[in-house]
Design a protein. Structure first.
Length: 436
């Protein structure tokens, strides 16, 4: 009887959230052979916007037009923040490559510049984001110019209310109107779901009937906003068809999670990563890691496969996220790293996890818990040294950051993935990396 299967690679990426996807793409771009392990479910919750850094300091909720000036301020104020430890030119380059890969995989973004674009959120607030899908960018332009604009929603679609957005913006955007319409063939459905509408709008007939209704409501509107349901895999074509038929810029506004742009982002990243030659094990989890006696390779034990499989890698990147990703877990004694039990930077006691005021604008210490890394992105062991020279950590599992409050989720993932893969490549170069 044969034993468990073994697969070899230069770099094994554990995790398939934003950080794992970015790491896998960057590893392939460097010519490294790469196996990625993990389920990408968390990306479904993303809005499609790629935030670099929107808020700093979080306690003051200060918003920035330039994410790069924000990163510079972060580096002055919180040099231990992982995003502050990545060179700005590397951040730019990493975003360009990431966004180009998404474009090639069918999810195009507006050209990246120096500034965040302000966009409307599903609840009518305004958020600055760096990477904006092309289907959303006309909304940023309309918002900036306060163009007379019509927002459409569909009766029965609970995850989006155009009326709520208009009410929130009424004082500063008098030319913003809304209208609620019936979605074709759904007159008898009490509740509608974004993904179903997005799929249905890929049919020319459904699209034309929707456009016919909206045309009659246009009035003086010079732009039209919709919930982000304009197509799934063919979203760029569906969006273009709406613009051509309505004769004005059309834009999408993200709905609450799980959103259609999250579905598109997941599909585009899966296509991009697979097309780059990365082998994916999306049904597996890593149970444990052993290093060989000479310290040259790590063997990852995977679960979920009959007979078991192991992956032998010359370097390993941990992109396993925090509590929702299950890279960290917590019990009465504290917070633990889930695979290797690496030391986690965390408050001294459970009592110190949260501020007294749950709504404290400074956020909670528990949200800054995570792995400590050295200058080359190696997680530290209990002696404050690199746990293993071939082990790296990226993304939200890193300590000293609160990506949700800083609005830097994708920025943290993409920038640290790039920086770590630069180190992996440097380490493996000359030792036959990518020449299996
Ligand atoms: C509700 C919501 C809204 C968001 N909105 C935005 C937004 O507007 N803009 C933006 O930029 N970003 C947004 N994000 C995304 C955010 O950028 C990322 O989720 C965040 O950066 C964390 O990414 P991560 O890859 O570090 O971790 P996660 O996304 O948590 O991914 C961790 C991965 O590791 C895997 N994993 C863990 N343990 C193992 C194991 N033992 N073996 C194998 N795999 C394992 C998990 O399955 C998962 O794939 C949003 C996220 C959420 C949840």
């Amino acid at each position: 009887m044969s034993g468990p299967e073994r697969a070899n690679c230069d770099v094994a990426v554990i995790g398939a959230g934003m950080a794992g996807m970015a790491t896998a793409l960057f590893a392939a771009a460097q010519g490294l052979s790469c196996i990625q392990i993990g389920n990408a479910g968390s990306i479904l919750f993303a809005s499609g916007l790629l935030d670099l850094l929107g808020v700093h300091p979080v306690a003051e909720a200060r918003r920035w037009r330039s994410p790069f000036q924000a990163v510079a301020a972060l580096a002055r104020d919180q040099p231990e923040h992982p995003l502050a430890r990545v060179d700005q030119s590397a951040i730019r380059h990493a975003f360009e490559i990431f966004v180009a890969a998404l474009g090639s995989a069918g999810m195009p973004y507006a050209p990246l510049g120096e500034l965040n674009r302000d966009v409307l959120t599903s609840i009518g607030t305004i958020k600055g984001s760096y990477g904006v899908p092309l289907t959303m960018v006309a909304g940023a332009d309309a918002l900036a110019a306060r163009t007379p604009c019509l927002l459409i929603d569909f009766r029965g679609l609970r995850e989006f209310s155009a009326a709520q957005i208009v009410a929130a913006q009424a004082d500063s955007w008098p030319g913003l109107r809304h209208a609620r319409i019936e979605f074709p063939n759904s007159e008898n459905s009490p509740e509608l779901y974004g993904a179903h509408l997005a799929g249905a709008l890929e049919s020319a007939d459904t699209r034309e009937r929707t456009i016919g209704v909206v045309k009659q409501l246009l009035g003086a509107a010079q732009a039209v906003g919709f919930p982000a349901v304009l197509g799934l895999a063919r979203a760029p074509q569906v969006h273009a068809a709406f613009e051509a038929a309505l004769g004005v810029p059309v834009f999408e506004i993200p709905t609450i999670p799980t959103s259609v742009p999250g579905l598109r982002l997941l599909a585009a990243l899966e296509r991009a990563v697979s097309a780059s030659g990365v082998e994916r094990r999306q049904r597996s989890r890593v149970r444990g890691i052993d290093y060989d006696a000479a310290g040259k390779t790590a063997t990852l034990a995977l679960d979920d496969l009959a007979g078991g499989e192991s992956v032998v890698a010359r370097s390993v990147v941990l992109a396993t996220g925090r509590f929702t990703g299950r890279g960290l877990s917590a019990d009465r004694r504290g917070v633990r790293e889930s695979i290797l039990d690496l030391p986690v930077s965390q408050p001294d006691s459970r009592d110190a996890w949260h501020q007294r005021d749950f709504l404290d604008p400074a956020g909670h210490p528990i949200n800054r818990a995570g792995l400590m890394v050295d200058d080359t992105w190696h997680p530290l062991d209990a002696t404050a040294r690199a746990a293993w020279p071939g082990l790296f950590a990226v993304g939200s599992i890193l300590a000293h950051q609160d990506w949700m409050r800083s609005k830097c989720g994708s920025g943290l993932a993409i920038a640290t993935a790039w920086a770590a893969i630069e180190q992996v490549t440097r380490q493996l170069r000359g030792a036959g990396a990518g020449q299996r």
